[in-house]
Write a protein that binds this ligand. Structure first.
Ligand SMILES: C[S@@+](CC[C@H](N)C(=O)[O-])C[C@H]1O[C@@H](n2cnc3c(N)ncnc32)[C@H](O)[C@@H]1O
Length: 240
């Protein structure tokens, strides 16, 4: 019984930040990705823009764009992450939403930030459809399989605070992601250099058609709608 008391006291005394998630390797990796986004659009672009970050963890990324003047909504499946966002960033709009199910977000955003999340979802086509029909610009960043086949996608079991909420994730090939984005009327501009490489997260790996995936084997695209879909138009009319 005594040992249980000691453990309980330890957790009460440990400062909150020592127990926090989304730190460690996340810090440098997150900074590099945020810098890549700001470099792409320019810092002034964000003033007054509506931005949605999905699968946001603790919303440290979304909050950065709030500081640049954007109207930011963040969404996350896990209730405990949403509670931490509310504690850290009470000024953000928070929507608890399982992206594998029905999206509960608004109909239209200037930009959706979709980083580190697609590969934790069960159906990449549905996930991209939901995002592409709600925005003009999409920042998409995900783990991928090593394949040039535009129909290649591996599915895998996952477990952990930052992994698939429903326990099943996908690893589409980069060509698969680009095929689907084009199908939903988005032009894609992929980062091909090492500016976002951090720890084991690598973006400039070559395709060897091994058909495998490993942690940190990633791709990053800036995407822009070239033909507004009907859904997008309805969303825009509804908002303006
Ligand atoms: C690898 S973390 C990425 C966090 C942040 N977006 C980043 O790039 O640093 C993946 C996040 O997606 C969330 N997630 C996983 N499955 C989800 C689902 N079905 N719906 C919504 N969020 C989900 C996890 O809870 C976690 O916060």
């Amino acid at each position: 019984m005594k040992i249980i008391n000691y453990i309980f006291t330890f957790f009460l005394l440990v400062p909150h930040f020592l127990l926090a998630h989304f730190t460690g390797h996340y810090d440098d990796w997150r900074n590099k990705r945020v810098i890549a986004i700001v470099d792409h659009y320019g810092p002034e672009w964000f003033e007054g823009k509506t931005v949605l970050e999905v699968g946001c963890g603790y919303a440290d990324i979304g909050n950065y764009f709030y500081q640049l003047g954007a109207d930011v909504t963040v969404s996350e499946a896990r209730a405990e992450h949403c509670a931490e966002i509310a504690r850290r960033y009470p000024h953000l709009k928070i929507i608890q939403c399982d992206l594998d199910g029905q999206w509960m977000m608004g109909n239209h955003y200037d930009l959706i930030i979709h980083m580190g999340t697609l590969y934790h979802l069960r159906d990449p086509v549905k996930a991209l459809y939901e995002a592409c029909t709600r925005c003009d610009h999409l920042v998409l960043e995900t783990e991928c399989s090593d394949s040039s086949d535009p129909n290649y996608c591996i599915f895998t079991l996952e477990n952990g605070f930052d992994q698939a909420y429903n326990g099943i994730g996908c690893r589409p090939s980069p060509a698969y992601v680009e095929r689907v984005l084009k199908m939903f009327h988005f032009d894609v501009d992929m980062i091909t250099d090492n500016r976002c490489n951090s720890d084991y997260h690598i973006y400039d790996w070559p395709i060897t058609n091994s058909g495998t995936w490993k942690h940190g084997q990633r791709r990053f695209w800036f995407c822009q709608c070239f033909l507004h879909t009907q859904m997008c138009e309805i969303g825009r009319q509804h908002l303006h």
